[in-house]
Write a protein that binds this ligand. Structure first.
Ligand code: SAH
Ligand code: SF4
Ligand code: F3S
Length: 439
């Protein structure tokens, strides 16, 4: 048998890229590759890229530049660029960096084995189509290898929302939902391989509308069906859009015990004027009412969000509306960004806010969000949580896992192992994690 070739994948961007990288590694496994964590051992390097904010493409080019000596030392080394920068730049990547052999956009990974074969023949391969077929269905799967206790599962791809600042509808294409039966089969396979928690992924995951046994299924119905799988203990989903938070999905937070009480629900801004300019199609008040309904269904729900500051036209008053919204909601976790003009998006044409102003606002918002985050974490001390142990901790005998609220919790107990789901009492809150004791 031929010696396996080594594949080094570096992943940028969102969880959907993490999932895609796993699937690409499995697909290339069928072409004789095994993954390596050491770039210098690689026969193929694959960068799975993100285009969401500024300088993404420049970072990819400078990263590629760093591979030059490797390629000089090993002329057979193949270099590929996948993901959203690949989609946005296409052939331009090979024009600017001729040592790149392969460019593949996010919707054509099922063609990767054939592209790899062409590359081995000395060809260049570029594919940035948006084909009709389900890319995942055509990807070779790995044999039932054991895996860790948590997994991502992409159920929906693409976005039809066209927020004025965002590249995703252009890099990932239109909204497509995978059929229910394939998702259930993949989930069952994951559980058979040791997975106990599945995070359903989509750029707009709650807009899921997949073909089911009797017509179109919603995300809530899919979650309720997945919850019937024995051995699957926890279900999460991300990322959601407020306008797709339907009644049944809100209700599921109250009545589906396997659905975890943590929800990432980005709002971007607390100013109606800015929300309108962003084309978000909801007001701050509508967002707050959805949060009220979610909390009525599940009072201990921990909320997470995304915010953009310095969007074109954002005044000090608009920004204060964002701070006010944050104070009203009280986030347990949040991500905030300075607006970054993306070529080809409508907002890129508009005059921006001066950079110092945006930086200063980001600083103020982050101070408030970190304060809330710290408070939410400290409020866990004395409470009992359930923790799914994922990996060894830094101290001898220590294990680390996540609570239902997605807080990192560590515990030291010789009886525990990876994949155990345990009840812990939180005894201490540290800078990045909580300490727990078995109850
Ligand atoms: N589909 C998700 C998130 C997509 S991208 C949603 O609708 O919420 C993740 C986050 O990146 C966004 O929520 C937004 O806060 C941020 N983001 C996207 N485009 C950006 C841009 N041009 N500048 C700064 N932040 C941006
Ligand atoms: Fe981007 Fe808006 Fe779609 Fe989210 S909903 S991916 S922010 S266009
Ligand atoms: Fe980035 Fe593409 Fe995800 S732009 S955030 S990798 S969808």
């Amino acid at each position: 048998m031929a010696k396996p070739k080594k594949l080094f994948i570096k992943t940028y961007g969102c969880q959907m890229n993490v999932y895609d990288s796993e699937r690409m590694a499995e697909a290339l496994g069928a072409s004789g590759y095994e993954t390596t964590a050491h770039v210098e051992d690689a026969d193929m390097i694959l960068l799975n890229t993100c285009h969401i904010r500024e300088k993404a493409a420049e970072k990819v080019y400078s990263e590629l530049g760093r591979f030059k000596p490797l390629k000089a030392a090993k002329p057979d080394l193949k270099i590929g660029v996948a993901g959203c920068v690949a989609q946005a730049e296409g052939e331009e990547i090979i024009r600017r960096q001729p040592m790149v052999d392969l460019v593949v956009g996010p919707q054509t990974y099922h063609r990767l084995p054939a592209m790899e074969a062409a590359v081995q023949q000395g060809h260049r391969a570029v594919d940035t189509d948006f084909p009709e077929d389900d890319k995942f269905e055509h990807l070779p799967k790995a044999p039932r290898a054991r895996r860790g206790p948590t997994a991502f599962l992409t159920v929906q791809e693409g976005c039809d929302k066209f927020c004025a600042f965002c590249v995703v509808p252009y890099t990932r294409g239109a909204e497509v939902s995978r059929p229910v039966a394939r998702i259930l089969a993949e989930a069952e396979d994951l559980v058979a391989r040791g997975v106990r928690e599945i995070t359903l992924l989509g750029q707009n995951v709650n807009a899921y509308h997949g073909a089911g046994s009797d017509g179109v299924w919603s995300l809530a119905r899919l979650i309720r069906e997945l919850a019937k799988i024995d051995g699957l203990a926890r279900i999460r989903f991300t990322t959601s859009h407020p306008n797709d938070m339907d009644d049944d999905l809100i209700a599921a937070h109250g009545d589906e015990p396997k659905l975890m009480p943590y929800l990432h629900l980005p709002v971007q801004s607390g100013s109606d004027r800015i929300l309108k300019a962003m084309n978000r199609k909801h007001t701050a008040e509508q967002y707050l009412r959805i949060i009220d309904r979610l909390r009525a269904a599940r009072p201990d729900l921990l909320l997470s969000g995304d915010f953009i500051v310095g969007f074109p036209g954002e005044s000090e008053t608009d920004f204060e509306d964002t701070l006010a919204l944050v104070r009203t909601v009280g986030y347990g976790q949040a991500y905030s960004f300075k607006y970054s003009a993306r070529p080809g998006t409508p907002a890129a044409e508009r005059a921006g806010v001066p950079d110092e102003v945006a930086s200063e606002r980001l600083h103020r918002l982050q101070a408030l969000l970190s304060e809330q985050q710290r408070a939410a974490q400290e409020a866990m001390v004395g409470r009992e949580v359930s923790v799914l142990l994922e990996k060894p901790g830094r101290m001898p005998g220590q294990m680390v896992g996540k609570s239902e609220y997605l807080h990192a919790v560590h515990v030291t107990d010789p009886t525990l192992g990876i994949g155990d789901l345990v009840r812990l009492k939180i005894v201490e809150s540290g800078p990045n994690s909580l300490a727990g004791r078995l109850v």
